[in-house]
Write a protein that binds this ligand. Structure first.
Ligand code: SAM
Length: 416
């Protein structure tokens, strides 16, 4: 099935009447069936047995659909609502015209017919003719697929358990307890300026939308209950910082967001959100906010998405950073670069010794030029915590005795 951008034509024009469209086409219970898209195609041989016309009316409807010039309407077995990674679709990044999406990502149709607007689908592949092949996730579509122009896809989220590590140590970096910023990373050997300390793919990608974050969270939790996947991504997610350094104001904002999502999810039926579930959602949103990093999926500014990693998400902020994050781009055609597979490179900003803190600037590059009050205010507003990096402590005249000890492992710090 080819889904064209919104351009509706009354079905009457084809000679069929609304009642002739078989309900099994799956446009949803009670959905208006008075319009079809130009450009839809049905291949009769691919229709499921239940669609074999049994009455003159249905025959007329099917024939009128075939009369419209269209592309193959494929049907896959099984009703699945889970993402592609779990169904064996290779979870690699797929490049479209301007967009890179991991296979199995949950996307939503947008700018299409009223019946299909907002319909959740999973990404299968990119078609040579320049369209994305997606599979409908709602059971009423029975796993059917459709070809969709790139501009009609809106990214939701993607969970990639194969990139989740519950034990995030590498040969280049070790996880340590810091004095004032929770856990952090240290170089485990020397690196020269500009070299790559480590690189990593994210295990969670989401649109900048709390609803999508909650959907991804429930998706991860559901997978955690399956023995086959063992829930490594839930484990990895839950082992990340729970945003302990967040201000009371930031916490209150996130809690209000969680309550709103809960209301929307229960269609306002739940008068009082269940305390434990609300707590879970608040925790998930706090974790997401505390550990997300922006990732570019298109050379244009939008749409950019947030990525959560097992190791990169352990990097603390410092106003005297030692590493920077880079994404690799590759030329698709002369003068047109696309982001590569989404790998995040952690690159040394200066020569590093073993034991040096691996810390990054969470903010704008110019943040490093600002006075301490402005830097702290920015990080408090944008990242929810008051910066405790050695530079801020020193410039604010706070606890100077701790200078230099900030990023030592807890055991070493206690021994000092
Ligand atoms: C991406 S996580 C970094 C890893 C985290 N420290 C942990 O324990 O897993 C970001 C969180 O670490 C803390 N953090 C990072 N840099 C900080 C800093 N310079 N000052 C205070 N807290 C910081 C904040 O709580 C922030 O929300």
């Amino acid at each position: 099935m080819y889904i064209a951008p919104r351009r509706e034509v009354p079905l009457r024009a084809t000679g069929a009447t609304p009642s002739m469209i078989p309900a099994s086409l799956g446009f949803g219970e009670g959905a208006p069936r008075t319009r079809v898209e130009t450009g839809w195609t049905l291949h009769l041989r691919q229709l499921p047995p239940s669609w074999v016309p049994t009455s003159g009316h249905v025959t007329a409807a099917v024939v009128s659909f075939l009369a419209l010039r269209t592309l193959p309407f494929q049907r896959r077995a099984g009703n699945r609502r889970t993402s592609g990674e779990r169904s064996g679709v290779a979870a690699c990044a797929i490049h479209g015209l301007q967009l890179r999406l991991p296979a199995g990502s949950t996307v939503y149709l947008t700018g299409v017919s009223q019946e299909l607007e907002g319909e959740p689908c999973e990404v299968v592949s990119f078609d040579r003719s320049g369209r994305w092949l997606v599979r409908f996730l709602h059971p009423r579509f029975r796993g059917r697929t459709a070809l969709v122009p790139e501009q009609c896809l809106q990214f939701g989220y993607s969970v990639r358990p194969e990139h989740a590590r519950s034990n995030p140590s590498t040969s280049s970096a070790v996880l340590v307890e810091t004095a004032r910023s929770g856990r952090g990373l240290q170089a485990s050997r020397a690196f020269t300026a500009g070299s790559v300390v480590f690189k990593e793919l994210p295990f969670l990608l989401t649109a900048n939308d709390v609803n999508e974050v909650c959907r991804a969270y429930f998706n991860m939790r559901a997978s955690g209950r399956k023995e086959s996947t063992q829930g490594v991504e839930v484990e990895a997610f839950e082992s990340l910082s729970a945003g302990d350094g967040f201000s009371a104001q930031a916490r209150a904002r996130v809690q209000a967001q969680a309550a709103e999502v809960w209301q929307a999810m229960t269609y306002g039926r739940a008068q009082e959100p269940e305390a434990s579930e609300l707590q879970n959602l608040t925790g998930a949103l706090l974790r997401w906010e505390a550990n997300r990093f922006l990732q570019q999926v298109s050379p244009n500014a939008e749409p950019n998405i947030y990525a959560v990693y097992s190791l990169v998400s352990r990097l603390n902020h410092s106003c005297a950073p030692t590493v920077r994050l880079r994404q690799v781009f590759r030329p698709l055609q002369p003068g047109f670069q696309v982001p590569d597979d989404g790998t995040c490179l952690v690159q040394a900003d200066r020569d590093l010794e073993p034991g040096d803190a691996l810390v990054v600037n969470y903010g704008l590059p110019e943040l490093l030029e600002w006075p301490v009050e402005q830097r702290r205010e920015y990080l408090l507003q944008r990242n929810g915590f008051c910066c405790q990096c050695p530079r801020c402590l020193s410039e604010a005249g706070e606890d100077v005795s701790q200078r230099g000890k900030e990023y030592l492992p807890m055991s070493a710090r206690c021994a000092l």
